[in-house]
Design a protein around this ligand. Sequence first.
Ligand code: PGA
Length: 247
Amino acid sequence: MRKKIIAGNWKMNKTPSEAAALIHDLKDKCNSGASDVVFCVPYVDLSTALDLLKGTNIAVGAQNMHFEDSGAFTGEISAPMLKEMGVRYVIIGHSERREYFAETDVTVNKKVKKALSAGLIPILCVGETLTQREQGITVDLLRQQTRIAFLDVTAADAAKTVVAYEPIWAIGTGKVATDEQAQEACAAIRRVIGEIYAQATAQAIRIQYGGSVSAANAKGLFAMPDIDGGLVGGASLKADFAQIVNS
Ligand code: PGA
């Protein structure tokens, strides 16, 4: 049995004082330990989140990192920096990073490997655009993104990774994938993991759905056999997040 994992992706929202207020609102309601819960906050909120969530079942994640340990990369943050702070998860290859910051499957692969070697758990995002879905190439695209992301990653490391299936057309649009569409895509990703590694790895890896997850639709999505939780954007900034965690 895979333990469900619900992660909030705060994106570029909340100053440190606002972050503290939101964490105070949410932490007791998200702390049952029945599922793994992660708050992926902006870099400047990491120390606040780590302080306030110490001793709870809620882990802290970052939303990006560089693939080198250190060097002349102005404005970037490295895996060892996050690790030393006590950060446990890092979102890699979110579609907004791919679209606005020119991340590619190749840089995503470098980041996945670096995160794992530093002892961070990557939340690897994959997903198709509306055009790609309409062209019928969703599964091909997911195969390509997944295969490249896991190049030169051992089975043991792959099993620790969390994959988030995030159809781009559902992100921030209020247009959620149906339970069946989300299930089909997550099952396809699991099949690809099974092509790369043994079935045991495919069965161990946790695959989230992300894209307009809400308190109203979470229960149906999370009940699907290949969906092991969610990556939640907009609704992670509200009291609704606790309802999502508890569905
Ligand atoms: P959303 O974002 O829940 O606001 O659609 C999800 C995400 O981008 O991870």
